[in-house]
Ligand binder design. Sequence first.
Ligand code: NAP
Length: 293
Amino acid sequence: MKQWGVTLQKCNRDFEKVQSKVQLSLPLSCTESSALPLNGRAPIITGGSRGIGRAIALHFNSLGARLVINYASNSTHADQLVSLLNSSAAAGAADDGGLPQAIAIKADISDEQQVKTLFDKAEAVFGSIQILVHSAGILDPKYPPIASTTVADWDETFSINTKGAFLCCRAAINRFARGGRIIMISTSLVGGLQPGYGAYTASKAAVETMIKIAAKELKGRGVTANCVAPGPTATELFFQGKSEETINRMVDLCPLGRLGQTHDLTPIVGLIASDAGEWINGQVIRVNGGAIV
Ligand SMILES: NC(=O)c1ccc[n+]([C@@H]2O[C@H](COP(=O)([O-])OP(=O)(O)OC[C@H]3O[C@@H](n4cnc5c(N)ncnc54)[C@H](OP(=O)(O)O)[C@@H]3O)[C@@H](O)[C@H]2O)c1
């Protein structure tokens, strides 16, 4: 596990380097804020303070977006990210009218009132919100077979992963105008069906079904709804409770022979969130290097 702990830190450092290179290498016309695909947007990213959500936030910022970074309890990560975004050279939209590049909002997405407050606060700062990326989620690090999954653990998983997704999705449906984008982070395990992931996978399968129906119910609104379903990705959630042997076995299952990194996922999320992604609607897009086909 020690080896993989070092790997996680290295991945985070590498990602920041890749991100800054992308920004530095953009042609001048593209770095002008008005030319960037997410200019003028302020997405809410639930679970945006760490892992996959954090990487999406950084990528969106490089595409011109301001960010609403949601988290549950760990304000340190959220505050660090927000101050990084607000001090970033890439931040500087000239027409910002004094708006920050990013704000952090603490809210437990499994709580109806807190989800309402999250959206209200985001709108109070940035005006109307057009994009939701719902990345907040949990995975039981005990990996229990269904036979020994406790009711409490099942309920907690469904409360955060499924009810939380429903509450955020519903808030977005009820508030987003034409051009809106709802993107839920699911999991490729819905296709892989691995023992030890019963509650987790079932909780995400429900989200995938919900989002396909939401896309149909949004008919005529010009708002899209999709899931992005990663495979194994180097984050704290992934590494918790896994032996080195288990991790190596998972790496071996991937035709590309490595673990997914958070920056492997961000381009497709950026595309779906942009105007160019309009035709992607009602889909579950698995992004896993071929680990689960
Ligand atoms: N990593 C993978 O291998 C993998 C693969 C497939 C799918 N996914 C999915 O991708 C999403 C992100 O996973 P990750 O690996 O990035 O996880 P992570 O590194 O553990 O980050 C989880 C994020 O979710 C937030 N969060 C947790 N519970 C919350 C709640 N009740 N309300 C609001 N925020 C909450 C955390 O905030 P705090 O810091 O405040 O706790 C944190 O920002 C999850 O939905 C996960 O199921 C992950």
